[in-house]
Design a protein around this ligand. Structure first.
Ligand SMILES: *Cc1c(COP(=O)(O)O)cnc(C)c1O
Length: 358
């Protein structure tokens, strides 16, 4: 098998998904399992069925179409607000979408009519993170416009996203504003909305037991939580989930004692940065056959004792091995645990061999 390898423990991910769905059910919430963080392999997607997760969420129509073609039999939600250019596919292949533009909703409504298809959509509200969403005080105006649309486009609920563009966290207060946004839409349209989708992993799984959610929030869209067992926004491992869901395995291609401080005048590196190094004297250094073209190096945690990441270029990652109890040799394999950005890049890179086991 060609290195570098991303080894994924699908059984652990499945247990995490089950635990997330059970925990959310205790709090009256359904869960959509978001697969985009690991580039949506069918090997994982098909294992989410039966865990209690009610739909699969992905940001890209290409992933949703591929998973459906692979026979993954679950409802699908497009979790990135759609491009106008992909609306035909959205209506054709996705069961749910998240939308924040009235013109887009109007085109979707026309497509539902033309294709004789129904589609369920959630109106997104921007409650401060300043990514997607209608402004909360637009609720009534939006609802008025919706009255002219085809009933084939069902307004299934409302949603909000936190922690992605500006790092704003969900709170009892801002989630209460989602309830108000939804209620205003309900009153204006004279309907009941089934889904109040209160966000992603960000603080949600950690905050659930501490009454973060006002009653009425009944859905979450979770990726990081079950894929990694972590909540990066809070910088924590989620105690009731498992973290050993996947590892990067990379091969050592040079080991040598070298000074830790560069020799000569230092200019910008290939990425335009001027690197700074601490002078720690002579140290045992290793090079691994993996680099920035494969992985976002800053989001890797070494799993072998004593290994520290120094820096990386496109194809080389340099590590300090001086403190390793057993000194690695050329040809050895070192392991790393990816955080979210590393998982995203590793799973996207065509140069990384993916192995799904368990
Ligand atoms: C990515 C995404 C999610 C899932 O996020 P995680 O942090 O992986 O839980 C949920 N909702 C939307 C709109 C997203 O873009």
């Amino acid at each position: 098998m060609a290195y570098p390898i991303l080894r994924v423990h699908v059984d652990v991910i499945e247990r995490n998904a089950r635990a997330v769905a059970a925990k959310c059910a205790e709090h009256g919430m359904t869960v959509w399992g978001v697969t985009k963080g690991i580039s949506s392999p069918a090997e994982i997607a098909r294992r989410l069925k039966g865990t209690g997760i009610t739909a699969l969420g992905d940001s890209r129509m290409a992933n949703i179409k591929r998973l459906k073609a692979a026979g993954v039999d679950m409802p699908f939600a497009l979790v990135r607000i759609p491009m106008r250019s992909e609306l035909e596919d959205v209506i054709e292949y996705a069961d749910y979408s998240l939308v924040s533009d009235i013109g887009t909703l109007s085109e979707m409504s026309a497509l539902c009519e033309a294709k004789k298809k129904t589609h369920k959509t959630l109106l997104m509200a921007d409650l401060g993170d300043l990514r997607e969403g209608f402004w909360p005080d637009e609720a009534e105006k939006v609802a008025c416009e919706l009255k002219n649309l085809s009933p084939a486009l069902q307004i299934a609920g409302v949603g909000v996203n936190f922690g992605c563009a500006s790092g704003v966290l969900p709170s009892f207060e801002n989630l209460s504003r989602l309830l108000l946004f939804g209620k205003t839409v309900e009153d204006a349209l004279g309907i009941k909305l089934g889904i109040y989708s209160g966000g992603a992993t960000t603080r949600s799984l950690e905050g659930m037991d501490a009454e973060l959610f006002p009653p009425g929030i009944n859905n979450l869209r979770i990726g990081e939580g079950y894929l990694l067992g972590t909540d990066k926004s809070c910088g924590v491992d989620i105690k009731w989930l498992e973290q050993d869901t996947m590892e990067l395995e990379a091969e050592v291609i040079e080991v040598r004692v070298k000074p830790s401080f560069p020799i000569g005048e230092v200019g910008r590196d290939a990425f335009g940065n001027i690197p700074h190094f601490e002078d720690r004297g002579l140290r045992l250094r290793g090079i691994l056959g993996v680099g920035k073209q494969d992985v976002y190096v800053g989001s890797l945690k070494p799993l072998d004792e004593g290994v520290q990441i120094i820096t990386a270029s496109s194809d080389h990652m340099i590590v300090d091995l001086e403190d390793c109890p057993v000194k690695p040799k050329v040809g050895d394999i070192l392991k790393f645990r990816p955080e979210y950005a590393a998982m995203l890049s590793l799973s996207t890179s065509p140069y990384v061999t993916k192995i799904y086991e368990g």
